[in-house]
Design a protein around this ligand. Structure first.
Ligand SMILES: [Zn+2]
Length: 157
């Protein structure tokens, strides 16, 4: 299996996205021991992805779009049949934005819709965490694990 396809055994993120080693040279995952580690990692590898940078090209955008699609499915599975109407509503909004943001369509608003989808998915993760009495997920806590050349270009639209 090529290195680029290897995934973290703890969070499931591709190891090209978060560094597989810590300062001591030991294999480590920043999400280890955290609730919904896979959803947090899935969110952050999109959040810190190249598509949000100013020099992103069409392949970066399409790759992120596909990641958003897979992340939507993962969140849907995690939500399952939990009685969380707000989360369900946010997931529906995320899906709506995802469909509108297809970069293979001719739309100037692709990035905006993709960003909306990511924001709504983040809200669902926070709802799931809240249900467990846990604080919201804060991506910036994990920024050092990603190859963040610059701060994502926009947080709010
Ligand atoms: Zn990991």
């Amino acid at each position: 299996m090529p290195l680029s396809r290897m995934t973290c055994p703890t969070c499931g993120a591709e190891l090209t996205y978060h560094s597989p080693k810590n300062a001591a040279g030991k294999r480590a995952c920043p999400y280890e021991g955290l609730a919904y580690a896979d959803l947090r990692a899935g969110h952050d590898q999109i959040y810190f992805g190249k598509w949000r940078k100013m020099d992103a090209g069409p392949p970066d955008v399409l790759r992120a779009y596909n990641q958003i699609g897979r992340h939507l499915s993962a969140i849907g599975r995690a939500l399952g049949d939990k009685d969380l109407p707000a989360a369900r509503h946010d997931l529906a909004k995320a899906h709506e934005a995802y469909l509108l943001g297809d970069p293979r369509q001719d739309t100037r608003d692709t990035l905006r819709f993709m960003d909306h989808a990511l924001s709504y998915m983040h809200r669902v993760i926070d709802d799931l965490l809240h249900e467990m009495g846990l604080p919201p997920h804060t991506p910036m806590d994990f920024a050092e694990w990603y190859d963040v050349a610059e701060v994502p270009f926009r947080d709010e639209w």
